[in-house]
Design a protein around this ligand. Structure first.
Ligand SMILES: Cc1cc2nc3c(=O)[nH]c(=O)nc-3n(C[C@H](O)[C@H](O)[C@H](O)COP(=O)(O)OP(=O)(O)OC[C@H]3O[C@@H](n4cnc5c(N)ncnc54)[C@H](O)[C@@H]3O)c2cc1C
Length: 464
């Protein structure tokens, strides 16, 4: 970057207030790390726009001066997505946090990108509605769209890409576009929603999102089912899905992870491989689904099952699941958490989880295998001492093994966390020639390579 930081700040302050442009060390530090183990790097400048026009003007300045720009939601991503290794400007969307419009009749909501998922659900509850995607962290909708996030409800409601009807996007040169419309379906033009969702800030900045929302189901029941082995638990899930039971959530938590949960969440769950499940719908349908699921689980030799219909007990159960990563962090002070997530076809899931569990035991690091098993997606969490090169090397080798296991079975190196820098080395193996198509798209939309450079694709490899 040849232009001085002072002159960039001056250019930005022509249209942003003094309090919207910061070079403060603490603010820069807060934007130089995510929730992962990846190395820290600070941006030169952090800006806090309030409007789409301001974002457009920021991009025009950055593009003219060829300054890198990293969009930033909550910084909860796990693969170094928001770490500005090329320095430059970080755009923090926290001041763009308005819920613009709830279109009850269309089951749509229009939000600014800095709105968080819990903020949105608090508002939607007033209408008897909810937004379905629930990553473990209280992420922003902008960040969730940019990573194609998913969570415990994906098995029934789908991933972030399934929820996005329209995005307002500011491109690298400041142009403002819409990628969709409010219609439930469209055969018009290329599917730009699909392209921009999951682009991790490399193709544009989202300044407005129109998202699908749902009616809060009449009845909900949660359950915790304990199995003798991980294999029994995973095979039970496969059978439940094959039977076409519309399960709303199904999460695997292995033995070690239940142990961490019990320490952190003041629970006393049996320390065995466990499924957390949820069913929703009308009373009669729900009863049938629950009975049928119990029968299937019997075939897979469940040891114990506890149903929770009461709201407080259900919340406690899901809080325990959502707080799992924090349980590991609190229980292993001084260590960093490496979370890796892969996704395989559902028929390969039991084998993949057992493989991961075995490899984890072989390296002898504290860790667990958990996941949204209804989607074939599981996570391995490892606690590592970053100052111990042997532990870091073991964790890297483990990560590599489970990614290759997934790729060899036509799976993906990441089902939901995204590529960032951590999963970049697997992109060629996973996408082959299609990676070059991605590089060409990136260059067409961002010819100066300023938007979150060197994340997902590395531009210098074009034409290799
Ligand atoms: C404890 C814990 C549990 C988690 N569980 C899950 C889970 O179950 N499922 C899951 O999918 N993820 C999970 N994550 C990862 C993380 O929460 C998600 O990736 C989330 O979508 C990131 O949102 P964010 O607002 O923090 O975005 P950030 O981390 O700030 O940014 C993520 C990416 O989005 C880009 N971005 C942010 N805002 C915009 C914008 N307005 N326009 C364009 N690009 C933008 C950034 O440049 C970056 O590339 C978890 C993380 C933690 C810490």
């Amino acid at each position: 970057m040849s232009t001085s930081i002072e002159s960039i700040v001056l250019a930005l302050k022509e249209f942003l207030g003094d309090d919207q442009v910061s070079t403060n060390q603490t603010i820069r530090e807060l934007h130089g790390r995510d929730e992962s183990y990846h190395d820290i790097s600070l941006p030169d400048i952090v800006v806090f726009p309030k409007t789409t026009l301001e974002v457009s003007n920021i991009m025009k300045v950055a593009n003219n001066l060829k300054v890198p720009v990293v969009p930033f939601g909550r910084g909860s991503s796990l693969e170094g997505h928001i770490i500005p290794y090329d320095k430059g400007i970080t755009i923090d969307f926290s001041l763009m946090d308005k819920i613009i419009e709830v279109r009850e009749k269309d089951l749509l909501v229009k939000v600014q990108p800095g709105v968080t998922r819990t903020q949105l659900n608090k508002e939607l509850k007033k209408y008897g509605l909810f937004f379905s995607v629930d990553p473990g962290a209280d992420a922003t909708l902008g960040g969730m769209a940019a990573t194609n996030a998913s969570g415990t409800t994906t098995v029934k409601y789908g991933v972030m890409r399934d929820q996005v009807r329209d995005l307002e996007v500011v491109l690298a040169d400041g142009t403002i576009i819409h990628t969709g419309n409010l219609a439930a379906k469209s055969s018009s033009g290329y599917h730009l929603n699909g392209l921009f969702v999951g682009s991790e800030g490399t193709l544009g900045c989202f300044t407005e999102l129109t998202l699908k929302i749902y009616g809060i189901p009449e009845f909900t029941t949660a359950a915790r089912a304990v199995f003798p082995t991980v294999q029994n638990a995973v095979e039970a899930v496969t059978s439940i899905l094959q039977a076409g039971i519309p399960i709303a959530r199904v999460e695997l938590v292995d033995e070690e992870s239940i142990r961490q949960v019990n320490h952190f969440s003041d629970t006393n769950y049996a320390e065995r491989p466990t499924l957390f499940l949820e069913f929703d719908g009308n009373e009669a349908g729900l009863k049938q689904d629950v009975e049928f699921t119990k029968e299937i689980m019997e075939d897979h030799e469940y040891e114990e099952i506890q149903f929770e219909t009461d709201n407080t007990a259900r919340t406690k159960l899901w809080d325990a699941r959502h707080n799992l990563a924090y349980a590991y962090i609190h229980g292993n002070v001084g260590k960093k958490m490496m979370v890796t997530d892969v996704c395989v076809p559902i028929s390969e899931l039991a084998g993949a989880v057992i493989f991961a569990r075995k490899e984890l035991e072989a390296i002898g690091l504290t860790g667990g295998v958990v996941g949204h098993v209804g989607d074939g997606n599981f996570h391995a969490l490892l606690m590592i001492d970053m100052n111990n090169p042997e532990e870091v090397a073991k964790a890297d080798a483990f990560n590599e093994k489970i990614v290759h296991y997934a790729l060899e079975r036509d799976g993906t190196c990441t089902g939901e966390h995204g590529v960032g820098v951590g999963k970049q080395k697997y992109q060629a193996a996973e996408h082959g020639e299609a990676l070059h198509v991605m590089e060409k798209i990136k260059l067409a939309l961002d010819p100066n390579n300023i938007l979150n450079p060197n994340k997902i694709v590395k531009i210098e490899s074009l034409g290799e």
